[in-house]
Structure formats: C-alpha cells, structure tokens
Design a protein around this ligand. Structure first.
Ligand code: LGS
Length: 464
C-alpha cells in the first residue's frame, strides 16, 4: 500500500552543512572556526583531512543548485557559517559573508527551491572557542546576536530557520568525549555545554521572532537516540540523550530525574533563574536526524568502558553498549528502519502538538566510480551504482510513510547528503552523497540513488 500522494506542502529535500562543503576557508573575511583548528591539529581527523577546500561549494554553488533543480527537490537544507558573518569578536557584520548566503538563497528561489537555513552546524568562531566555547554562557548570547544579523538580511527569503544542528554532538561529542571540536574529553562538564546550547536555542528563537514576527517558521534539529534493550538502560539513555533537550525546549523544564541521576557529577549551578523561560519558546517544527539505533543494558561493569559511548555519556557509566545485530553501514552503524518509525511515533506520543520533519537521513557506502557505455546512447559515461543506498533510503522512506499513517504529523524529509563531503573526524573517507564528488577535479557525478530520488520526488508517493 502506498500513502496517497503526499501533501503539496511536504518538503522533499537534501541537506548539507557549511564546513563540510564550502571550502574557501580564508576567503572574503571568514575567520577560523573551532573546526579549522581541530582539523588542522595532527591526529584529530582521518588522514589529517580538513575543510579548507571541501567540495568547493563556496565557488560552485550555482552548479550545485542546478543539480538540485534537476533532482526536483522542494527544499534545500544548508547551514550558515558564523565565522563568515561575525568574523571578529563583537565586531561589525562582515557584509561579504552575508552577500554569499544572499546569492545562495536567491539562486535557490530563482530555481523554485525553498531555502532551509541552519544557523549553527558546529563551526563556532575560534575567538569564542578561545573563551571556552559552549562552556561559556556568553557564547549563547553571541550566537543569538549573530542570528539577529542574519535574520535582518535574509529574513524575507528563508523559508525555514533551524537554530541548532544536533546539540547532542556539540556538547557530548565535543566536551564529554574528544571526537568533535574542540575535543575536550571532559565527561560531566558536557552538561554545561548542553545547558548553554539549550539557552542559545531559546535566545536564537527569540531573535528570529523579534526580527521576523510570528510568521517565521522556526525549528531545531535533534539527533534523538533511539536505543533498544533493557528497559532501565533505554530509559536512562533517553533521559541523558533526548529529554535533556526536548523537555526544556518543548516543555520548559529539566526532568527532576536528570538531577537525581547526575548527583555527584554535576550540580547544575549553571542553570540561572529565568533560563528555562528563555529556552522554552514556541516552535513550528521539530527536526529529527536519524541514522541508526543502539542496543543497551544495565551493567555493574560496562563491557566497553573505553568506548565512545561510555566517555560521551556522563551519567551513563553503568550502561553497556552492546554490539548491534543485523546489517551495518560503512560507518559501522546498524541499519534499523523500524527505529525511525518507533522514534517518530514515540516523539509524537510524548509531544503530540509538534509537527516534525526529518532533517537528515542517509548512509555512507563504499561507492565506486565506474566508467561504462550508456546502452541508450553508446556514449562513455561515469556512474556510481549505489544499490545499497537506494535500499536503505527506500526502507526509511517506507518507515516514514508508516509513521504518517499512524498519525505522525511529518512535514518533510531531507536526505543526507546532497553530495559527498567532509565527514568531520572521518574526513573524506566516508561518502554519504547522492552525488559523487571526485575530489581531485571537483567533478560531480550523480549516483543511481540521485536518479531514484528524482523519480520518488516526481511521483510524490512514499515507497511501500
Ligand atoms: O555529516 C553528518 C552526518 C553523518 O552522520 C552531519 O553533519 C551531522 O549533522 C550528523 O551527525 N550526521 C550523522 N550522524 C549519524 C550519527 C550516528 C551515530 C551512531 C553511533 C553509533 C555508535
């Protein structure tokens, strides 16, 4: 059975992020970000890869948008780099930075594509990093001030605003563990980053509303953890990984249980009077990034005490992350489309008033570029036959359809990613794109999944 054609307003799209695609790291007044510093520090990224050039999309945005037009997407999710906009601490707006995003937005609109702008996708200016980054409360105010400057210029043309991308990564992976910039590895100190990111979300939302009024569509993107296994362990990881963001943002409180579970490792004294009112702002959409699930159990002696998960999750030291069953991707993440269904239904049940959209879903594959003869034309062509990606996306779109049939108010679906790009600590070794990038020449080659997605969008029917 297929869902009736999805509503006209449903957004089919693809997503990217500034540091992963733009390159032009020192151009037009951009200042360094914490990811420039991190990626240039030996040992931090695979092969020492950096975003200095990436997919050169700062210069090739027109070519990329032409490909989006060919794909037929309704919307494109990209991010704006604060280091291009406020390139000195407390300094004036760098108009050249805004000019670039204005060109991108106008090009999208000229091609009938709705711009969905993420305001913070991890590239914090280094001058804020130098002052403690997200451990410094002031960062939230600086990021809100930058938001206001962007909204002033682009507010009349951006369709949907996303305040933060995955604050889970910007806190736990960045300050708890050492996987992401700045790579602090400080365990419980990550809760302070969590709170300041929550505060930033609230202040950014208010800045958008002040500039643009209630008509602005405002969202946040969370990578909610959907774990399976032992009920107590699932409950705990849900508390530390999900409710620590969802409850303050959507309900205006931190769950009491959070304070109980973290007693002895965090006193939460950084939560100031009035913060929760600031954080709890009306939102139009909740963005969900979904890739895989985990398998957890309570344990006196966690089996993998040195695993990323154990160091990442303060408050979860008595939880064991078990190897996940079934098929896995090139990243080693399990393929679990039902996890997407379960997650959407769970969030809908707990926060029934919240419309959602999937702001990222996709897979890294061992893509191989081949040269072959096109049977129709006899021409020699380059191709990537990424059947595994098509299978993955088909099953996840199917899960989304089932969730919609079960009553979830799902408004859109963005495939990660439009094109292969700088995959953070994994550098260029992992390919998530539906367009292949030959990094030596920057040539873009649409993969089979691109053609598959083009047909799906044209039919506006989700697969069954
Ligand atoms: O490129 C990033 C994609 C790729 O996979 C993007 O910038 C991020 O927003 C997002 O985090 N992305 C992503 N996330 C998957 C995280 C899955 C973690 C599973 C861990 C199991 C051990």
């Amino acid at each position: 059975m297929t869902l009736p054609i999805v509503p006209d307003a449903f957004m089919f799209g693809t997503a990217t992020a500034s540091y992963q695609i733009e390159g032009a790291a020192t151009e037009d007044g951009r200042c360094p970000s914490i990811w420039d510093t991190f990626s240039h520090t030996p040992g931090r990224t695979f092969n020492g890869d950096t975003g200095d050039v990436a997919t050169d999309s700062y210069h090739r945005y027109k070519e990329d948008i032409a490909l989006l037009k060919e794909l037929g997407v309704d919307a494109y999710r990209f991010s704006i780099a604060m280091p291009r906009i406020v390139s000195t601490e407390g300094g004036p707006t760098n108009e050249k930075g805004l000019d670039f995003y204005e060109r991108v937005v106008d090009e999208l609109l000229a091609n009938g594509i709705k711009p969905c702008a993420t305001l913070y996708h991890w590239d914090l200016p280094q001058y804020l990093g130098d002052k403690g980054g997200w451990l410094n409360r002031d960062t939230a105010y600086r990021v809100a001030d930058y938001t206001r400057r962007v909204a002033e210029r682009l507010g009349d043309r951006v369709d949907t605003w996303i305040t933060l991308n995955e604050p889970w990564c910007s806190s736990y992976l960045s300050y708890g563990a050492s996987e992401h910039a700045p790579g602090m590895g400080g365990g419980p100190v990550a809760f302070e980053a969590v709170h300041h990111l929550n505060l930033a979300h609230g202040l950014m939302t208010q800045a958008l509303r002040d500039e643009l009024g209630d008509a602005a569509k405002v969202a946040v993107t969370l990578n909610l953890q959907f774990n399976r296994g032992d009920a107590d362990a699932v409950h705990r990881t849900d508390l530390i990984g999900n409710r620590v963001f969802l409850d303050p943002m959507l309900r205006g409180y931190y769950p009491d249980e959070l304070f109980a579970v973290t007693r002895g490792i965090c006193d939460w004294s950084f939560v100031k009077d009035g913060d929760l009112e600031q954080i709890h702002q009306p939102l139009d959409l909740l963005g969900i990034n979904y890739y895989s699930t985990g398998l957890v159990a309570m344990s006196d002696r966690p089996q993998f005490p040195q695993s990323i998960e154990a160091t990442t999750f303060p408050g979860c030291s008595d939880i064991d992350w078990l190897p996940t069953p079934g098929e896995h991707t090139e990243m080693g993440w399990n393929i679990d489309p039902n996890g997407l269904y379960d997650l959407l239904v769970r969030v809908h049940n707990d926060y029934p008033e919240m419309p959602m959209f999937i702001t990222e879903n996709g897979i890294a594959c061992a893509d191989e570029l081949v040269t072959e003869t096109d049977p129709a034309t006899g021409d020699t062509v380059k191709a990537v036959h990424d059947d595994k990606r098509i299978a993955y996306l088909t099953r996840h779109f199917d899960a989304a359809r089932r969730a919609m049939e079960a009553g979830v108010d799902l408004r859109g679906y963005f495939v990660w990613s439009m094109l292969d790009n700088f995959e953070w600590a994994f550098g260029y070794s992992k390919r998530f794109g539906i367009i292949y990038v030959d990094y030596a020449t920057q040539e873009r080659i649409p993969k089979d999944s691109f053609k598959w997605y083009r047909q799906l969008i044209a039919s506006r029917e989700l697969p069954a």
